[in-house]
Write a protein of this length. Structure first.
Length: 500
């Protein structure tokens, strides 16, 4: 073997341009591996380079020894192209990973071409590469040497046929390069019949015209030839089916990608809406609180506080406390969402009388309901005692009642508590704006609303948290509503906690 040639002077412009001509072939050659036998049918040097560069680079990356058999071009020219593509030719040559050989060193080692001797030489090269620690052997040979007196056409085809039987059980992959316009059509025809894979027109083709060695060597029977022909028909149809199935899978994937894109876009929209509403809702109690405290501070700094200011101070403090409670409630909602997302909503189980909890909540809302002109009505059908979390039950009633008053302002809100031996039932009904049918399924979603956040405040978390609490208590919540005719929320809870 020859050593790797030394660095040459800058290659001609044609070589520089050819070195950049690595296109589709590069991607397709990554699917080629040890045991494959290819031929390259080319007419321009750029087509050689398009296969040469990715073939060698892939082999080096996979730890294979790469041997290039030169004839039409010099080793210096080929090395220059590889350098232009980023291959460290000198370093790879020093470690024996990149080797250049001439025609006479390979095909004509004994002075004449003998297919069996060349095949034995390939086996020896494979053995040496594996013993040297390489994962396999990768060969690319220029076949223009065969245009001379040696070999005869039949010998060349016999050699290619023998190779086809050698490669499948080897650690070798090879590309035989044939210049289409320089070889007789009969040779090109037979070359295509002896290679399972053909590189032509910047594409790696599964060769439809490939024939097994016994066919090429004239050992076939009529029955064998018929079987081969039928197999080719089946192969074409199988390829067609595979393309159809691939197209269907791509179509399904496109639909799935479109769905995921829509979901992601909707999630971004919901997030942006939430951030906008959250910033508004969190600032709403802070602004009047700040103004009232500033006003109170100025009065306190202006001089001694007169007795007549006592009532004003009390009102300001009460207003501040109300705003702080509202702010704390918003923060609590956000904390609950965080806990629910992590699956860590704490529950404290105790015996609770449902009607008592409902009365307490309605009592707290009495003053606010009067301001909103919402008459509160309560019907309790006997004591309903269950084992629940009192604070979370209070939270459920609070969310449902505040929701009913918000969207049913100026109309009565009716609450009913009832139960039987197995469950307690809480019903909250308003006569407000109602919910459109298309929104009924999503109102329990996180940050979801059935109306504009500009017209109605809130973070869009109340019903989401309510549903999660009810489900954690082992119950269920349903809603019935029509636009303009109000909404009815019905909560059903088992009297005993679920075993889980």
């Amino acid at each position: 073997m020859k050593d790797t040639p030394p660095a040459a002077s800058p290659p001609p412009r044609r070589l520089e341009e050819a070195g950049a001509a690595v296109g589709e072939t590069a991607r397709q050659l990554t699917r080629v591996g040890l045991g494959d036998h290819l031929c390259l049918i080319y007419e321009r040097f750029e087509e050689q380079v398009a296969a040469l560069v990715p073939f060698v680079r892939t082999g080096l990356e996979r730890g294979e020894q790469c041997v290039y058999l030169v004839d039409e071009h010099t080793a210096e020219e080929v090395a220059a192209v590889l350098r232009e593509s980023g291959v460290d030719v000198e370093a790879e040559g020093e470690r024996g990973a990149l080797v250049f050989q001439s025609t006479r060193e390979a095909y004509l080692r004994t002075g004449r071409f003998v297919p069996e001797e060349m095949l034995a030489y390939l086996r020896e090269l494979e053995r040496q590469a594996l013993e040297a620690g390489f994962t396999g052997l990768r060969i690319m040979g220029e076949m223009t040497w065969a245009l001379g007196a040696e070999p005869e056409g039949e010998q060349l085809i016999r050699y290619e046929t023998l190779l086809t039987g050698f490669f499948p059980n080897s650690k070798v992959v090879a590309i035989c390069q044939y210049h289409r316009s320089r070889f007789p059509p009969e040779i090109i025809r037979d070359v295509m019949r002896t290679h399972p894979l053909v590189i032509y027109g910047n594409e790696v083709h599964g060769n439809l015209f490939y024939e097994r060695p016994e066919l090429m060597l004239g050992k076939e029977t009529a029955a064998l030839r018929v079987e081969w022909m039928l197999a080719q028909l089946r192969r074409v149809r199988a390829d067609e089916r595979e393309l159809v199935e691939l197209g269907m899978r791509l179509g399904q994937q496109a639909e799935e990608n479109a769905r995921l894109y829509e979901e992601a876009s909707e999630a971004v929209r919901i997030r942006d809406d939430f951030l906008s509403v959250a910033s508004h809702e969190l600032k709403t109690p802070l602004t009047p609180l700040h103004l009232r405290l500033q006003s109170l501070k100025r009065e306190m700094e202006s001089g001694p506080v007169a007795c007549q200011h006592r009532e004003r101070v009390i009102r300001v403090v009460e207003s501040a406390e109300a705003q702080l409670r509202k702010l704390a409630a918003l923060v609590d909602d956000l904390l609950d969402v965080s806990r629910l997302t992590e699956g860590k909503l704490p529950l404290t189980w105790e015996d609770v009388e449902l009607g008592e909890v409902v009365r307490e909540v309605m009592g707290r809302f009495a003053q606010q309901a009067a301001k909103m002109d919402c008459e509160l009505e309560l019907v309790v059908e006997g004591p309903v005692v269950g084992r629940w979390d009192r604070l979370r039950l209070d939270q459920v009633m609070t969310n449902l009642l505040s929701n009913a008053m918000k969207y049913g302002a100026g109309h009565p809100v009716r609450v009913r508590v009832e139960g039987d031996e197995e469950r307690g039932v809480l019903v909250v009904k308003d006569e407000g704006i109602g919910i459109a049918p298309e929104h009924l399924k999503r109102i329990f979603g996180k940050f979801e609303r059935a109306v504009s956040g500009r017209n109605y405040g809130g973070l869009g978390l109340g019903l989401y948290i309510t549903q999660q609490i009810v489900q954690a208590l082992g119950g269920s919540i349903q809603v019935e509503s029509e636009p303009g005719r109000g909404s009815t929320f019905r909560v059903e809870l088992p009297l005993r906690p679920p075993e889980s």
